[in-house]
Ligand binder design. Structure first.
Ligand code: ADP
Ligand code: UDP
Length: 236
């Protein structure tokens, strides 16, 4: 597989074309951003940890019947993925109240949400990733009604699979964000699943083990990611 031109440089990953028009290389950098890119720092080992974490999770999801972009690891910081036509919408599933939900509704952090909630945000840093609903997605042509049904179904399936996986590792899956794209007409899970895009709390102590350590200046960010990886059995 030959790595060609950079197609896109995001806040945390760089995306490269390959000699196969259907495949891309994702390079996980150490850049760590918060508040829609307003704060960016380099954290040693983050690219490697997230790349391997993502590979582990994507393979678990694929085995559970969720179609994913993932092909294979190419090295410490890179993996080969299917080239998707991305839907510019972030799908967020929540099991406990945290983050923007707490701010928006003034509810207490940590309240159990039953049923789990499903929310949509437009992927647009300039506008601060605004909260949108399903009719906006269809009306503005970001996705079809059928694609939305599939994205919601797959997001809830991911929640079911990963809630159990993290539970067995002594962790609560509080919430997470997914991005989907289209590959030869099929909705496929893209982007990444790592502690950068989800909230994970220790089941016993409720200690934060995810990117909130960075957002809230708690320190020990990568140490927490590595601890989560160790508990799950992710080879680093
Ligand atoms: P951001 O764009 O939010 O700054 P990243 O730094 O993670 O995020 O950049 C990765 C970019 O690559 C994102 O815009 C994401 O939508 C896109 N992307 C992720 N996976 C794929 C894929 N399989 N095919 C095409 N684009 C992808
Ligand atoms: N999230 C993300 N990227 C974003 C926004 C949110 O990965 O651009 C993740 C975030 O890490 C959390 C979940 O989505 O696990 C819900 O985030 P929330 O809406 O609470 O927003 P936040 O206040 O964290 O920005």
């Amino acid at each position: 597989m030959e790595k060609r031109d950079e197609l896109y440089r995001g806040k945390a990953k760089s995306v490269y074309q390959t000699d196969d028009a259907d495949r891309l290389i994702l390079l996980f950098r150490n850049d760590t951003s918060a508040f829609d890119g307003k704060r960016i720092e380099q954290l040693d080992r983050k690219g490697m940890v997230n790349n391997k974490f993502n590979a582990f999770i994507m393979q678990k999801l694929e085995a559970a019947g969720v179609p994913t972009q993932f092909d294979k690891l190419l090295g410490d910081n890179e993996c080969l993925v299917k080239k998707l036509d991305m839907i510019p919408v972030e799908c967020v599933v929540r099991n406990y109240a945290a983050g923007s939900l707490v701010k928006r509704l003034g509810v207490e952090e940590g309240i159990k949400l039953e049923p789990s909630t499903f929310e949509l945000f437009l992927k647009n840093d300039e506008k601060g990733d605004p909260f949108i609903n399903e009719s906006h997605v269809v009306a503005f042509g970001w996705g079809t009604a059928e694609q939305l049904v599939e994205m919601k179904k797959l997001s809830l399936k991911v929640n079911e699979v990963l809630t159990q996986l993290f539970d067995e590792a002594g962790l609560l899956l509080v919430d997470f964000k997914l991005e989907f794209g289209v590959f030869h007409g099929q909705i496929v899970l893209g982007d990444e699943f790592s502690p950068d895009g989800c909230r994970l709390w220790d089941k016993q102590t409720r200690e934060k083990m995810d990117k909130d350590r960075f957002r809230q200046g708690l320190g020990g960010v990568i140490e927490a990611y590595e601890e989560v990886a160790k508990r799950l059995g992710v080879p680093l």
